[in-house]
Design a protein around this ligand. Structure first.
Ligand SMILES: C[S@@+](CC[C@H](N)C(=O)[O-])C[C@H]1O[C@@H](n2cnc3c(N)ncnc32)[C@H](O)[C@@H]1O
Length: 424
């Protein structure tokens, strides 16, 4: 097996063809079974179904449903946590080298206190099988693999009792576990059933607040409150956030604090500075930065999802200088740039596709002192770093965070500055 590529598979060659092999590790000899592709395709996908010479990094997967053809949720359970983090760093480094022509040292850090990489997923989406029982889907499959527990799920997911129930008339079930649980089950977790038809399904009893979506296209509250409350503490700063329905919130319980800490450390905001928080969600970075630049500074959050904007407005109420603008980042910036928008600092946390050329050019045209780019896809990050370089912004620091242990996913916080010292 060759190195791990972006996407988490090992790259191998067989009779002149490229194979992307899952469930393998670099340096191993395996028997690979082709799962996708045929003669004439540029590459084939395959699973390592037998390991002939195992890597020293190989371990027994903690989950009995991890492996070829089984649950598609985790793809790296067969690697030690230390190896997972090393391989993720290799992937980030390789993407920056290939797409941004940068040779950068990258370390992927554990979330503080996460020693096992298990029990961290506070947001789960279960599929519903033909028997109405909950399960997860195998990789690139429509099948549903029934399960009663998942080792990467936060213990609060199982505590709701969703997996022991039948969900007739439901297409999918989302479980959202609050990281700052209240005493009442309705405050500890929210279960959202996605109706399979226009009819509201009869829903089972669960130990959580309950809501249903898809009936009128909106979110119908069935029992309890249709949001969770999250508390983030970084140093002597703390803030409570409300997140509605299955709206975006970092999935690992330690992720919000780790990312806020990294963004603050990278940007070093000063009192009185003007800040933009792009793709702001429920206002996580906005709140922290508003505190840091108070009392004369200001932070403008830009977010397109109306429900997230409602949450952000509520979460930022009473914070002097914090404001929210609803709309797509590229449109809001295009509308505001001609009227003299200014920013000393920018934080952006776009979805997997990244910010793209237009937004990067808009940011650079503001001449911010520093830009913190929070990225869940290292390829999109590296592409955008290259766009920023065309406008004089250099990558001066990058940290990786293991926010998704047991999977190939990795989060990065990159610092871009107009001038400055060498890479830290
Ligand atoms: C990765 S989340 C980050 C949210 C927030 N920074 C956090 O950490 O909680 C990305 C957010 O961008 C929003 N979004 C996606 N595309 C957008 C766009 N073109 N313009 C504005 N917001 C967008 C999504 O609704 C989502 O809330």
């Amino acid at each position: 097996m060759g190195p791990v590529a972006h996407g988490g598979h090992c790259v191998a060659r067989h009779e002149g063809r490229v194979l992307f092999v899952r469930h393998a590790l670099p340096g191993e000899r395996v028997v690979a079974q082709v799962t996708e592709g045929c003669d004439g395709d540029r590459f084939l996908r395959a699973d390592a179904v037998d390991v002939l010479s195992p890597s020293p990094d190989r371990v027994a997967p903690p989950c009995p449903l991890a492996g070829p053809g089984l649950c598609g949720g985790c793809d790296w359970q067969h690697a030690s946590l230390a190896a997972q983090r090393r391989l993720k760093a290799d992937v980030v480094r390789e993407q920056l080298r290939r797409l941004a022509r940068l040779d950068v040292e990258v370390v992927v850090e554990a979330v503080p206190g996460d020693d096992e990489g298990l029990g961290w997923r506070t947001r789960m989406q279960f599929a519903v099988g033909p028997d109405s029982k909950l399960g997860l889907r195998p990789h690139r499959s429509h099948q549903v693999l029934a399960l009663t527990s998942c080792p990467i799920a936060h213990p609060g997911v199982e505590a709701t009792g969703v997996t022991g129930q039948a969900w007739p008339g439901v297409r999918a079930v989302d479980v959202v576990v609050a990281t700052t649980p209240g005493a009442d089950p309705g405050e500890r977790a929210l279960v959202i059933a996605e109706s399979a038809s226009r009819k509201r399904p009869a829903l089972p009893q669960v130990d959580a607040a309950l809501a249903v979506t898809g009936v009128h296209g909106g979110l119908d509250q069935v029992r309890g409150r249709a949001f969770v409350q999250e508390r983030v503490v970084v140093g002597d700063w703390q803030h409570d956030f409300r997140v509605s329905g299955s709206g975006f919130w970092q999935v690992h319980p330690g992720a919000p604090a780790a990312l806020v800490g990294a963004v603050l450390a990278a940007l070093r905001p000063q009192a009185g500075e003007q800040v933009l928080d792009l793709y702001a969600g429920a206002g996580l970075f906005t709140a922290a930065l508003a505190h840091a630049v108070a009392p004369q500074g200001a932070v403008l959050a830009i977010e397109s999802n109306p429900r997230a904007v409602r949450d952000a407005r509520r979460n930022l109420r009473g914070l002097p200088g914090a404001g929210v603008s609803q709309g797509r980042v590229e449109s809001v910036l295009a509308a505001m740039l001609p009227s003299g928008l200014s920013a000393d600092l920018v934080v952006l946390d776009p979805p997997r596709t990244g910010a793209g050329r237009v937004v990067i050019e808009q940011i650079c045209s503001l001449h911010p002192r520093a830009v913190a780019y929070v990225a869940c896809d290292p390829a999109a990050l590296a592409r955008d770093v290259a766009y920023a370089a065309e406008h004089g912004y250099r990558l001066t620091g990058v940290r990786g965070f293991d926010l998704f242990p047991m999977t190939h996913h990795v989060e990065c916080v990159a610092l871009l500055e107009k001038t400055g010292s060498d890479l830290r």
